[in-house]
Design a protein around this ligand. Sequence first.
Ligand code: ADP
Length: 313
Amino acid sequence: MIDVTNLSKRYGDKVAVEELTFQVRPGIVTGFLGPNGAGKSTTMRMILGLDAPSAGTVTVNGRRYVEHLAPLREIGALLEARAVHTGRSARNHLLAMAATSGIPRRRVDEVIDLVGLREVAGKRAGGFSLGMGQRLGIAAAMLGDPKVVMLDEPVNGLDPEGILWIRHLLKALAAEGRTVFVSSHLMSEMALTADHLIVIGRGRLIADVPVAAFVAQAAHDTVRVRSPQAAELRDLLVGPEVTVSGGEPGLLEVSGLTLQQIGDRAAAAGLTLHELSAQQTSLEEAFMTLTRDAVEYTAAPTAGDVPAGRNVR
Ligand code: ADP
């Protein structure tokens, strides 16, 4: 469990994190989502005690990181993907880390197997590809068999196979009852990986929601209709639950009606259609709308601005 309470971080007059409050619970994958520069890495560094908060507190399993006697057993983290510059083999690199942390040698082979590096464990880690380096970094994070696992943008730069592997690993770690906290600036990736989302923008909390709720809310499908009689068609379609907007002449974007309903109504009225197609809002678009909205809402936070169904703070 990670508990973040009223956490703020300023660098000079630059506010990186502002009054963040959220919890990361065990047994699920929690995605930490926000555009670049939103404050994710800063928050993660404060969770690990690498950066001191300007205000607020953060605890891991009930204590501040520095108060834990064996912090590596509490939380394992992979912060920014860094190449390992070492002439040591992957196994020797992990053995050295284990030795300095009082972790038994046999745990090294366990984590090597966990991340699938057995074949190359004797090879020089400095020559690893990005994907192999990520696996090694995760092996290092898992050395202490931690209850909490935290990864900062682990899929950045990985090939599809590597991305799939990380996704499965995170789910497996959560299924073992661990707390899994993973950051990304990609909504589409989080939709596939996470169970719950903490969304931040400009250092502030925007949403704290189950992924399923976010996706359902984002799936606001519209229908694009092209017709030489667009004006008549618009009058025919608009209603209390139906909105019709049009960007260019002859084009309507309709929400609240299915393709079939629109086609049937047009046919009944003898109107010609040149296009009738479903448009799906991508998750990425929904995410951008959400973060953009939040910036506006935080500028003038009044309860009436908050759209129904969104847990916006
Ligand atoms: P994210 O991880 O979401 O991309 P960061 O936490 O890295 O965001 O950065 C949040 C903001 O804080 C950014 O505007 C960044 O420029 C600023 N920032 C981060 N670290 C420092 C630092 N050491 N000194 C000054 N500004 C920083």
